[in-house]
Design a binder for this molecule. Structure first.
Ligand code: SF4
Ligand code: SF4
Length: 459
């Protein structure tokens, strides 16, 4: 009963902190723009199963790809065991899902094996990050704190797996050491398990075999309980650290893939405000589609974090900082300042900076800074070739060019700020209807002396 009370209190605190973090993000989302309708659910589920659950894009880097996929799939299986622990903690049961019979053995057995695989994979990830200085993990946006954040999250996952294996190992030992006593329990033991071992634990049974003879039944039981608490408290801690870490993608990446843009890569969305203006110019008498005179002035493009559509902010929260996008960006590879990963990280950081003040002081709050220029320079924005290699490479279907183009739209349409060559071209398009310096009427002047229009008879 005492265990149930303590567990319920701990769970309540965990859920309270998690709710606080979630509400904070919901408030930030409220600051962003609407304009990304979610439809076509069948296709979305297909993409989610292929890209997120199947981890297909990850395999472009085969070795780390397979390791990452095993970690992801392992997490999914182990999550079932974690839910069972919550049920056991709340209702005072032991192995609440054991009624599933052979399926239970399958879940516990694969979870036990995955725990070992994940622990080894995380060790490899840590060695790569700390000692091998992989180029993909470097860059101006990868500050010291980003590396510390990643290493803390990886270490937590490692401890989670160690505690899980410890819990299973001492559970197996407890059952094996106590159950032979039947009704005559050894000193200090208050509970006699009904069966030797409930579930299947291939890895932990092996470890239990190594440690078995050195332990008394009481020690095994105490250690089982200690690891049980250690594992569940680490889960609660991990869940509440994630929203403030790059590993937030553990929660965000699958929904982000579900919310993928369904249009072909490179397709630019029309701006509604511009479409309305053009329609009004073409059909001045038509009232439909024109914005009412008293409608608030809309910002063209994106200047700051609150100007993005909610999906773009979702992208930034889901970003794993893996650097796959930057590693294929031709601008970055050729030494330009642009890094698509930085663009996503900057949006996230800017909302973290300005969002709380906007929530507190209202949407009109200004701290005289902005995403464009204070975080992302014009030089970075104009270095993008819109090739879409970054969006194609991203394992969670983030679309960087759409945000980059929207920030350029702001620069051009609100500040008339663009590189000199582009400004010249814009003028030509405006005056001549073509990117060239000649008017449309002079288009064929180049053929004037070639007698192209003369008929073969020379008339
Ligand atoms: S679309 Fe732009 S940011 Fe993305 S890879 Fe190409 S040049 Fe780099
Ligand atoms: S945007 Fe995508 S590819 Fe780039 S760092 Fe983030 S998750 Fe990785």
């Amino acid at each position: 009963m005492l265990k149930q009370l303590v567990f319920s209190f701990t769970l309540l605190v965990t859920l309270g902190v998690f709710t606080y973090s979630s509400l904070r993000y919901i408030n930030f989302f409220r600051l962003t723009r609407a304009g990304f309708p979610v439809n076509n659910f069948g296709r979305r589920f297909g993409i989610m199963f292929k890209v997120a659950i199947g981890q297909t894009r990850i395999f472009r880097f085969p070795f780390v790809g397979i390791l990452h996929a095993l970690v992801f799939w392992g997490f999914c299986v182990i999550l079932i065991g974690s839910m069972e622990m919550v049920a056991d903690g709340l209702f005072g049961t032991e192995k609440a899902l054991s009624f599933l019979g052979p399926v239970y053995n399958l879940i516990m057995g694969s979870g036990d094996i995955f725990a070992l695989i994940i622990a080894v994979a995380i060790l490899i990830f840590l060695v790569r990050r700390v000692f091998l200085h992989i180029k993909r993990f470097e860059g101006i946006e990868m500050k010291h704190v980003s590396h510390i954040d990643a290493n803390i999250a990886l270490s937590l996952i490692l401890f989670l797996m160690i505690s899980l294996l410890g819990m299973n190992t001492f559970y197996v030992l407890q059952q094996k050491l106590i159950s032979p006593y039947g009704g005559q329990l050894p000193a200090g033991i208050t509970h006699c398990p009904a069966e030797a071992v409930v579930g299947f634990y291939p890895v932990s049974s092996y470890f239990a075999g190594l440690a078995g003879h050195a332990l008394t039944p009481l020690t095994a039981q105490v250690l089982y309980q200690a690891f049980w608490w250690c594992h569940i408290l680490l889960i609660f801690l991990f869940a509440n650290i994630l929203p403030y870490s790059k590993h937030f993608h553990v929660f965000m990446s699958v929904p982000n893939v579900f919310l993928s843009r369904l249009e072909p890569l490179g397709k630019l969305t029309n701006m509604d405000s511009i479409t309305r203006e053009v329609k009004l110019m073409l059909y001045p008498d038509a009232s439909s589609g024109a914005s009412p005179a008293d409608a608030p002035t809309e910002r063209f493009g994106v200047k700051d974090a609150e100007d993005v559509v909610w999906k773009t902010y979702f992208d930034s929260l889901a970003c794993t900082e893996c650097g796959r996008c930057t590693s294929v960006c031709p601008a970055n590879i050729t030494g330009k300042k642009l890094s698509p990963r930085k663009v996503m990280m900057d949006l996230r950081a800017r909302m973290k900076e300005k969002g709380p003040m906007m929530v507190k002081n209202g949407k009109d709050f200004s701290d005289t800074k902005s995403l464009v220029r204070d975080y992302i320079s014009e030089e970075e924005l104009w270095a993008c070739t819109t090739c879409n290699a970054c969006a194609r490479e991203c394992p969670i279907n983030i679309n960087h060019p759409s945000l980059i183009v929207d920030m350029r739209r702001y620069l051009v349409m609100e500040e008339a700020s663009a590189p000199g060559q582009l400004k010249t071209m814009f003028n030509y398009i405006e005056n001549n209807g073509a990117p060239w310096q000649f008017s449309q009427g002079d288009r064929l002047l180049w053929a004037k002396d070639l007698m192209i229009n003369k008929n073969p008879e020379g008339n």
